[in-house]
Design a protein around this ligand. Structure first.
Ligand code: HEM
Length: 502
């Protein structure tokens, strides 16, 4: 019995290695060279590598590669990976290396009719309207105000508690504030059950791509979110953002059935929350763990973005969002340095035609990946102190190296950047500013030094930004001198944050 099992096992392994070897023989010699998986298992070795190392896998592999571009093969399918900034710049000019196919909604999410329709001109137009609606202007100002007022509520609520679990707080506050901005006061995530379902769906998304959610936990969670969106979209409230209304309009005009439109609207959740939450968490961590920086940012905010009046013995504070966006360079720099040092994602492109790139042939149907880390850590780009966290790095000044916008990649690789970068940045700046101004946070159980803020161990997995394995629990103390009523105003209209990515 055991001998037969052993024989079968040996047979499977030999066949697997055989298939790998034979497929390798059909590679075009001009294609980037295949690299062996880190976990030496034939066929599925790279899949195991991605699951084990997350986005760091590409970095781990690139340490073994001596070429600027190499290929990771799973049977006949290949992902080309480039780590060189020279090739990255060539990619920008290639129309046949496209991001647009990734905007398509997977066939198992919507009907086959909608899947066929939501392509080509309609998809381009959907993406274009998304970008327009999120560009600084009156519509985004209204969306920002709703979002900012919601964050204010969460900071005020935090002050009623003795302690806070910081990551959990960021998760809940960002979902509620983003959703208030996008969908108005009666948004689909007001119900905690729907908010929790969002995160379960998010956790299972890699399994959905690999088809391994056998217990259907992630699919059930997704259905809960879809159901909430169905209810919401049956009667879109007047305070829904211009963005949401425009996206609905384009889909209706394009002939997408109502039943499919709300599912497509719901997939915005996969872009909107998972990156904003850890970015806010780490920004808070980086600021509070540096007492001098915390003081500098408080001073900068008081000097440039906060006004204070006293009425009948009560302090009235106003945070001016436009001033926060444009006149607080140290906070903006710290936030961007957090992104530079923490982001681990990759930008994806699909090869839509056989393409010649720097003497290599990339075959149609395969993917190209541009990992962010090699660029964000490059001494050539960021100078000799590239490895250090320098909160003042992005503060404009003389004698600072000029950074090309394309070298700062948390929002993707040009020409395709996250259309919501102004909105998401405003959200993180508002949340960080209100916390810094109003709350003293002291980690519970931390050692001395750095105010007790210790770098937490990180969760493994594949997100673009790492998450802490255990949350940071902090004691909440209201700041003296910041007690009173707070409000958030937009201030000057159409303000634009000067992001390093453009
Ligand atoms: C810190 C937070 C965020 C980060 C770091 C981020 C980053 C990204 C990245 C890297 C891409 C892909 C671009 C590429 O690979 O070329 C992307 C796409 C996208 N993001 Fe964001 N994003 C964030 C927040 C948001 C939010 C809050 C929303 C919605 C309100 C949003 C909406 C989108 C959309 C719709 C796309 C698809 C691109 C398109 O339609 O053209 N993102 N984002």
């Amino acid at each position: 019995m055991y001998e037969s099992l052993l024989l079968i096992l040996v047979g499977v392994v030999v066949i697997a290695y055989g298939i790998d070897f034979i497929l390798g023989q059909f590679d075009d010699p001009r294609e980037p060279r295949r690299i062996r998986p880190k976990i030496r298992v034939p066929i599925i070795g790279h899949i195991l590598g991605v699951l084990h190392y997350g986005f760091n896998y590409y970095e781990v592999l690139s340490q073994d590669a001596d070429a600027e571009i190499f290929a990771l093969g799973i049977l006949n399918f290949k992902v080309y990976i480039t780590r060189g900034s020279r090739i990255r710049q060539l990619v920008q000019k290639c129309k046949t290396l496209s991001f647009t196919p990734f905007l398509k909604i997977p066939a198992d999410v919507i009907s086959s009719d909608a899947h066929a329709l939501f392509d080509g001109v309609l998809l381009e137009s959907f993406s274009h309207r998304t970008k327009e609606a999120l560009t600084p202007g009156p519509h985004l100002d209204v969306q920002n105000l709703r979002m900012g007022q919601q964050i204010l509520l969460h900071v005020t609520e935090m002050l009623r508690e003795d302690h806070v679990d910081l990551f959990e707080w960021a998760k809940h506050s960002i979902v509620q504030a983003t959703a208030a901005g996008l969908y108005g006061a009666h948004h689909p995530f007001r119900d905690r059950k729907v908010e929790n379902a969002l995160w379960t769906w998010e956790e299972y998304r890699p399994s959905h791509m690999l088809g391994t959610d056998f217990l259907r936990t992630g699919y059930k969670a997704r259905d809960t979110v879809f159901e909430a969106f169905r209810e919401y979209f049956q009667r879109i409230p007047d305070d829904a953002s211009f963005l949401v209304q425009q996206r609905q309009k384009v889909m209706r005009e394009g002939g997408i059935a109502e039943e499919d439109t709300y599912k497509i609207q719901a997939t915005l959740s996969n872009a909107a929350y998972p990156n904003t939450v850890p970015t806010l968490f780490w920004t808070i961590f980086e600021i509070y763990s540096r007492p001098q920086l915390l003081d500098d940012i408080r001073q900068e905010l008081h000097d440039n973005a906060v006004s204070r009046a006293s009425e009948k013995g009560t302090n009235e504070f106003v945070l001016d969002v436009a001033a926060l966006q444009t006149a607080c360079p140290v906070l903006l720099s710290t936030y961007q340095e957090t992104q530079r040092t923490r982001h681990a994602q990759v930008a994806w492109r699909m090869v839509t035609e056989d393409t010649l790139l720097d003497g290599h042939v990339l075959k149609k149907g395969n993917y190209l990946q541009i990992p962010v880390r090699p660029t964000h850590e490059s001494r050539e780009v960021w100078g000799p102190r590239a490895a250090a966290f320098d909160p003042y790095r992005f503060v404009p000044g003389k004698n600072k190296p000029k950074i090309a916008p394309s070298s700062f990649m948390p929002w993707g690789s040009p020409p395709h950047l996250c259309p919501a970068r102004q909105f998401a940045s405003a959200e993180i700046l508002i949340a960080a500013a209100l916390l810094v101004l109003r709350v003293q946070l002291t980690p519970v159980g931390g050692r001395r030094g750095g105010g007790g803020w210790e770098q937490p161990a990180l969760r493994s997995g594949t997100p673009a930004l790492p998450r802490p394995r255990r949350d940071i629990r902090a004691k909440v103390t209201p700041r003296e001198g910041a007690r009173g009523n707070w409000s958030v105003v937009i201030g000057r209209a159409k303000a634009r944050i000067s992001l390093a990515s453009g």
